[in-house]
Design a protein around this ligand. Sequence first.
Ligand SMILES: C[S@@+](CC[C@H](N)C(=O)[O-])C[C@H]1O[C@@H](n2cnc3c(N)ncnc32)[C@H](O)[C@@H]1O
Length: 186
Amino acid sequence: MSWYEPDPKQSLERIVDVAGNSRGRVIDVGGGQSFLVDRLLETGFPHVAVLDISQTAINATKARLGDRASQVEWIVADITQRDSLGEFDVWHDRAVFHFITDPEDRTHYVELLKRSLPIGGHFVVGTFARGGPDKCSGLPICQYDAATMQAELGPSFEPVECSEYLHTTPTGKPQQFFFGTYKRVP
Ligand SMILES: C[S@@+](CC[C@H](N)C(=O)[O-])C[C@H]1O[C@@H](n2cnc3c(N)ncnc32)[C@H](O)[C@@H]1O
């Protein structure tokens, strides 16, 4: 359990853009205590899953949602150790992929991502960017830009929109972020 985003505007806009009117199934990997799940339910997404390694973070989010928690699929798991998750139309990950510093774990993650997204599905990812922090919650991270993220994802993912922006933490600290939206292609 660590920091989370109280207003996940950037993530929500990207998910809504690619999901279109049909909405569909969304998974927030490393959702933690983010308010993204609240916003997705309010926006009318019928199937929302939240995965996190921390049972404490999941419990806190469930408690915050109250009755609405029963509308969500909750998964407590280490994403680098899972072999299957079912199918989703959109896989969102903000500030989890950058924690995965072992190349074998990243390969495992990308293989699971490919199995979980049908052709035409989308991957929305946010990480610290080059020039941003080199640690997150005291742990080492990998920084990304459009080229290095594409190198990790390989040819099964086509970029839809990649950009960088300056995020300001609640304590006023600026952090350079990379955000990418990718389409799963054959
Ligand atoms: C920095 S927080 C970001 C939370 C949220 N995505 C946001 O942007 O507000 C990272 C989250 O990823 C979770 N996490 C870290 N490593 C993970 C892993 N290997 N598998 C699943 N969740 C993980 C943490 O418990 C934490 O909730």
